[in-house]
Design a protein around this ligand. Structure first.
Ligand SMILES: Cc1cc2nc3c(=O)[nH]c(=O)nc-3n(C[C@H](O)[C@H](O)[C@H](O)COP(=O)(O)O)c2cc1C
Length: 334
């Protein structure tokens, strides 16, 4: 079915195709309601029960308007956002590019979103039975010195309507955001969020796990330091990775666009980060792998390397819903 729709979607500009997809899935969700996650490889992280290992990565449903529609693809968890305290328009268009020959995307959306209050309204009493994560960030005009106040305000508002929170310090499209993830600074954001979490419960009135999402562009030694720092906190997991600034080996005409690169060109880098993280963290912090998962085999390999969960974004654009089913099936027994 997707092989019939894809040529038409790929003929229109990527942001319009994205908006059309979200609108269609929103309508599907409104008409048919959510589906339960496909049965797959079950997993527990910090008390959360995942019915399968495959989730929707942040950024596709930033405002949480199409969770029911996405749930019909079979995901075990759906991460919405990145959301910021106040609504913001993001960067000027065009801001997303298909790198078809490379099976990748470059985006510089810049956290365009309707703000945390609008997201909370979408999530209140949501009927989705899978796990809902809210990925939080800071507004573009909030200086890094007070960034933690944006993150704290988001977790306080989102806690009661989601199952877990992800602290995003890894988008390349908000100036200076990645500086917050330096080993010497990451706790300036993470610790206040964890302090706030101590007084909060999630949508099931249970413990609210907090994950931290990192970029793939650290030098190995720096990534090790950041992971060591996180290991000493009460964070519940690490999501590796966001998009990359690296442009090695690309052939598509949009290869020099500014922004974060995802999809096949990210596969190896993301796997490398996962392997390093497994070495550093062992069993101490669960790992969620994302970046260039384009097939069921890719997903299976991430689990074999040591990830507890796997997330997908760009693969869905290139492979369609069949990728989710393949990935759930291939990870079931690995
Ligand atoms: C168009 C686009 C928008 C994204 N927006 C976000 C975002 O708002 N927050 C975030 O944490 N990650 C965001 N991401 C990163 C993805 O969640 C994911 O980490 C990354 O794309 C690597 O996975 P993939 O190769 O499967 O796409 C975005 C990715 C794309 C392609």
């Amino acid at each position: 079915m997707y092989s019939l729709i894809k040529p038409a979607l790929f003929r229109i500009d990527p942001e319009s195709a994205h908006d059309l997809t979200i609108q269609s899935l929103k309508t599907v969700g409104q008409c048919f309601g959510p589906s339960a996650p496909l049965a797959g490889r079950p997993c527990e992280i910090a008390g959360l029960q995942f019915k399968n290992a495959i989730g929707l990565a942040a950024g596709l449903d930033k405002n949480g308007v199409a969770i029911s529609g996405f749930s019909r693809l079979g995901f075990g968890h759906i991460e919405v956002g990145t959301v910021t305290p106040r609504p913001q328009p993001g960067n000027p268009k065009p801001r997303v590019f298909r790198l078809t020959e490379d099976a990748g995307l470059i985006n510089r959306f810049g956290f365009n979103n309707l703000g945390i209050d609008a997201l909370v309204r979408e999530l209140v009493d949501h009927p989705y039975q899978g796990v809902i994560g809210v990925n939080i960030g800071k507004n573009k005009d909030t200086p890094n010195e007070s960034a933690h106040t944006d993150y704290v305000s988001c977790i306080q508002k989102a806690a009661a309507v989601c199952d877990y929170i992800t602290i995003n310090v890894s988008s390349p499209n908000t100036p200076g955001l990645r500086d917050l993830a330096d080993a010497g600074k990451i706790l300036d954001v993470v610790s206040p969020v964890l302090d706030a979490r101590a007084h909060l419960k999630n949508r099931k009135d249970n413990y609210l796990p907090v994950f931290v999402k990192l970029a793939p562009d650290f030098e190995d030694a720096d990534l090790v330091q950041v992971l060591e720092a996180l290991k000493r906190t009460e964070a519940d997991g690490v999501i590796l990775t966001n998009t990359t600034l690296d442009r090695t080996g690309l052939v598509s005409r949009h290869r020099d666009e500014t922004g974060g690169l995802s999809g096949t060109p990210l596969t190896q880098k993301s796997e490398h980060c996962l392997k390093l993280a497994v070495e550093v963290l062992g069993e101490t912090l669960p790992l969620i792998s994302v970046g260039g998962v384009m097939s069921g085999d890719d997903a299976k390999r991430r689990i074999e390397i040591g990830a507890k969960l796997v997330q997908i974004y760009t693969g869905l654009i290139y492979r369609g819903p069949a990728l989710v089913k393949d990935a759930v099936r291939m990870t079931r027994c690995s």
